[in-house]
Write a protein that binds this ligand. Structure first.
Ligand code: TYD
Length: 140
């Protein structure tokens, strides 16, 4: 299994079509935008102020996390270093590669966290215990 580092996780500037009259449109297209094909889309919304989500890692899943509306912070960790990204633009996506612990917090009111994922929902792909995550990183 390929081992990724924090540097492989970055903000992707998405295609934006602007019209003064009609507003904006952003596109994500398989084979063009991302280093993976999208198999599943899910989104979180109505997250109460002060709540956090995430607190897990994935063994194989790649994701693009987009603040489709509002804003929130995503903190990624490789078990040694961590990096925070504040997402507040629908045309910015955070590329998250496998093997990264993620915490999402600081949700604004009305925030919509849209996630484009490389695979279907597989509970076996989740690492929900931080100790288990560290062991996964160290044994890879
Ligand atoms: P979870 O991934 O734990 O949310 P968080 O982003 O807070 O870590 O998922 C919350 C619940 O939703 C959990 O019961 C599993 C379910 N779920 C699905 O059924 N399918 C999905 O694609 C996802 C992402 C979650």
């Amino acid at each position: 299994m390929e081992k990724y580092s924090l540097e492989d996780c970055r903000i992707v500037e998405l295609d934006r079509h602007h019209s003064d009259r009609k507003g904006n449109l952003t596109v994500v297209e398989n084979g063009v935008t991302l280093p993976f094909d999208v198999k599943r889309v899910y989104y979180m919304y109505d997250v109460p102020g002060g709540e956090s989500r995430g607190a897990h890692a994935h063994k194989s899943l790649s994701q693009l996390i987009v603040a489709a509306s509002g804003s929130f912070r995503v903190t990624l960790s490789d078990g040694v270093n961590s990096r925070s990204f504040f997402l507040n633009r629908p045309y910015h996506g955070l590329l998250v590669r496998p093997g990264m612990w993620r915490d999402l917090d600081d949700f604004s009111s009305g925030a919509v966290c849209m996630v484009l994922a490389s695979d279907i929902y597989l509970e076996d792909d989740y690492i929900r215990e931080y100790d288990e995550f560290l062991a996964f990183r160290n044994n890879g």
